[in-house]
Ligand binder design. Structure first.
Ligand code: DC
Length: 228
């Protein structure tokens, strides 16, 4: 029996900028559950490929890097510090450029396969909140509670823009919207593990919702399933 059968998993999938990251962090903190930011693994793989001069199209070599990623996730007061090969890359992996590269390596079947076991290993007691694109459809297909969190592309671009501004980065909202739409297109139409709601997922359309309202919906769903 796998660990998954012993401890509950909540999956939250959806397109970039829908607020998954924030909601997952809040739920994990509230419940004292583990958190899997699966997007970070694709971002780290893309960054490692760039650092080692490996072409993003070189599936075998990128998959090798993914399998042997030397990474540590170190919980901090606020968020998680991510260390790749001894270097703090917490900020480096969050650029729009790395997001674009991550979306490219994420379309490679061998890379997805290489990251599967690492992702499943995050499922430990007392529970796991898994954030990604295929958490409910592939990685934790047996999870008892699945959410598909989405919002219009315009709203997601606005949220990204404001998030960047908070960090003191002045983004170009038109460019951000274009990048988001391009990434949606790639993530939703790839052959392997495309972004789509699991059949048993609750779809939450958050364009006109606050984070608190989304959090409420997630907690209600967990209670309805007697997980909390
Ligand atoms: O959630 P994010 O923006 O950090 O994800 C970066 C990219 O990684 C995104 O374009 C799609 C890919 N990804 C994926 O294919 N599967 C996941 N489970 C998580 C992310």
């Amino acid at each position: 029996m796998s660990n998954e059968e012993f401890s509950p998993v909540l999956t939250i999938d959806g397109p970039g900028g829908a607020g998954k990251g924030t909601v997952c962090q809040l739920v994990a903190k509230k419940l004292g559950w583990h958190l899997l930011d699966s997007g970070a693994l694709y971002r780290l793989t893309a960054l490692a490929a760039r650092l080692h001069g490996v072409a993003l199209e070189d599936e075998v070599s990128v998959a090798m890097l993914a399998k042997h990623l030397d990474v540590q996730f170190i919980p901090q007061e606020k968020g998680v510090q991510i260390v790749l090969e001894g270097e703090d890359v917490s900020l480096d992996i969050r650029t729009e450029q790395i997001a674009g590269y991550a979306s490219k390596v994420a379309a490679l079947p061998e890379v997805r396969d290489a990251l599967l076991a690492r992702q499943r290993a995050f499922s430990e007691a007392p529970g796991l909140v898994a954030d990604g694109r295929d958490m409910g459809t592939v990685v934790f297909s047996e999870a008892p509670v699945k959410i598909y969190l989405t919002a219009s592309a315009e709203e997601r671009a606005k949220r990204r823009f404001l998030q960047l501004r908070e960090k003191g980065v002045e983004g170009d909202i038109v460019q951000i919207l274009q990048d988001i739409m391009q990434r949606d297109e790639r993530d939703m139409n790839r052959e392997i593990a495309p972004l789509k709601p699991a059949k048993d997922a609750l779809i939450v359309e958050s364009t006109n919702m606050t984070i608190e309202q989304v959090l409420d919906v997630v907690m209600t769903e967990l209670k309805r399933n007697q997980l909390v």
